[in-house]
Ligand binder design. Structure first.
Ligand SMILES: [Cu+2]
Length: 172
């Protein structure tokens, strides 16, 4: 057997992987670090509305471990500041406040969604574009860091996607 047909096979295999990998990545809903029991999925950030100083992000967090974990910080590529917020009813009014420590119990799923926990993002270094993917990092008190890609979405599609992902996860 000569070398040439072999090389052709390798080239073909290489091309096939190259062609298919974007498809595979597009379908990977979350990344799971084997050392971590925390899975983040459906991360999305709304593009900044005109004149707005802040925007909002949602995601789903699942703690598959047998111990509670505490989220202490979040950061997002291209954004100067990210805060974890919650909504609370205070004297009949919805108010939101910053959360410095957010505990996720063993085997608990926590949805960041409208009217509940959410990310507030500030200080974009460049205008966010719809469809853009930004690296999101979540920091936990045990030293774990969980990475995922957050998709920049429009206000209209955000509302739609959040309701779909919440439905999907009720069977989880
Ligand atoms: Cu907020």
């Amino acid at each position: 057997m000569t070398l040439k047909p072999l090389l052709t096979i390798f080239t073909a295999a290489f091309l096939a992987v190259g062609l298919y990998s974007p498809v595979l990545f597009a379908h990977a809903e979350h990344q799971h670090d084997p050392a971590s029991n925390i899975v983040v999925s459906h991360a999305q950030v709304r593009g900044f509305l005109p004149g707005s100083q802040s925007s909002v992000g949602y995601l789903t967090l699942v703690n598959h471990g047998d111990a509670a974990v505490t989220l202490t910080k979040a950061s997002l590529e291209g954004l100067g500041r990210v805060e974890v917020h919650e909504h609370q009813h205070v004297n009949g009014m919805m108010k939101m406040q910053k959360v410095d420590m957010l505990e996720i119990k063993a085997h608990q799923q926590l949805d960041f969604k409208p009217g509940s926990y959410h990310l507030m993002v500030f200080e974009p270094k460049e205008p966010l574009k719809i469809g853009q993917e930004l690296k999101l990092t979540l920091y936990f008190s045990n030293g774990d860091r969980v990475f995922t890609q957050a998709t920049v979405v429009s206000l209209e599609s955000q509302v739609e996607q959040v309701s779909q992902s919440q439905q999907h996860h009720t069977h989880h």
